[in-house]
Design a protein around this ligand. Structure first.
Ligand SMILES: [Zn+2]
Length: 329
């Protein structure tokens, strides 16, 4: 059977559907499909947009997944992973998701307003914030209301035919991110926790979530797993998990050092710091960054500042509702 170009088999009973993400620097989402004994589990889905829907529908048809025996697992809340679940899941089939990320799927949940206040405090202008939110993929491509989900905890398992996938809670990229581990096949479906060719986006938009600290311990948590291949949410597969983890740890240590160096110029808001950091964005200057990229850059800078604060290398002072960061305790 010939497979369409965007579908491939990566291991017995494990398929990749490459879903385009128009307009996103991520380019594609990897939707992983595990099949066994006439059942299928789809891990992540793509944005709620026509190009993604077309790729998923044709991909699932090519694999021969029976819609009434196909369940879904969402590694985390982001809309490039969750956007299509409501359109793809047949009534009555299971939708699994980590308990901590699941509340963010409720379209009625007001989780943007606290972020707006936090963004103002960290140096964004009001107009910039409304522009950023208007073009934010989390709002534009949200799945909308979906039926009841089965909530996953660390250590739970999902059965697909005669395969068993263990849930590994890996907070960092989001508070409730979950990787799936197939011990028998020695595969790790790593979502956006570990990516091979790009660094996972780690952002903080609230004081209480030290995202980078969580991310670092979640990297250590999966380090010991016996894995021949990690299958991430974007770009290529990862043949050697341990060395990739080392690279990610080193990357964030270097970014933290760069943040401290920028602060040698005096106390600054997170926005000002981000504008002086180096970024892998195709734009000639910070001013010309697309607003969404500025939003992600400042979120990532705050995650590093929050981490540095905890280790005593940076302190925060809040005056007239604006937070400035300075070197030292
Ligand atoms: Zn994500």
């Amino acid at each position: 059977m010939g497979l369409p170009e965007h579908v491939s088999s990566v291991a017995p009973g494990v398929w990749r559907i490459r879903v385009p993400l128009p307009g996103s620097p991520l380019r594609n989402l990897n939707s992983w499909v595990v099949t066994s004994d006439g059942q299928a589990l789809v891990i992540d889905t793509g944005f709620n947009m026509p190009e993604c829907l077309e790729a998923m529908k044709s991909g699932l048809a090519a694999i021969g997944a029976n819609p009434s025996r196909t369940s879904f697992m969402l590694t985390h809340m982001h809309s490039d992973h969750t956007g299509l679940v409501g359109r793809l899941a047949a009534p009555g089939t299971d939708i699994f998701m980590g308990r901590l990320d699941a509340p963010f799927m409720d379209p009625g949940m007001n989780w943007w307003n606290p972020m707006v206040d936090y963004a103002v405090q960290n140096g964004f202008g009001r107009q910039q914030i409304s522009d950023a939110l208007a073009s934010h993929p989390g709002i534009k491509f949200h799945p909308g209301a979906i039926g009841p989900m089965k909530l996953l905890e660390d250590g739970d398992s999902i059965t697909v035919g005669d395969r068993e996938l263990a849930c590994v809670l890996t907070p960092g990229h989001t508070p409730g991110h979950i990787c799936l581990y197939d011990r028998q096949a020695r595969l790790l479906f790593s979502g956006d926790h570990v990516l091979g060719d790009i660094t996972p986006h780690i952002e903080s938009w609230a004081y209480r979530f030290n995202a980078l600290k969580c991310f670092m311990s979640s990297l250590e948590k999966i380090r010991g797993l016996d894995v021949v291949q990690a299958l991430p949410g974007h770009r290529g597969t990862i043949a050697e998990l341990g060395p990739r983890i080392d690279q990610l740890v080193a990357h964030h240590a270097a970014r933290a050092d760069e943040t401290v160096q920028v602060l040698a110029g005096g106390c600054m808001t997170a926005y000002e710091i981000a504008s002086r950091m180096t970024w892998d964005v195709r734009a000639p200057s910070w001013e010309q960054f697309p607003i969404t990229q500025k939003w992600f850059a400042v979120g990532e800078t705050i995650a590093h500042l929050r981490w540095l604060e905890d280790s005593g290398r940076v302190r925060r002072q809040i005056e007239d509702g604006i937070a400035r960061f300075c070197v030292g305790e």
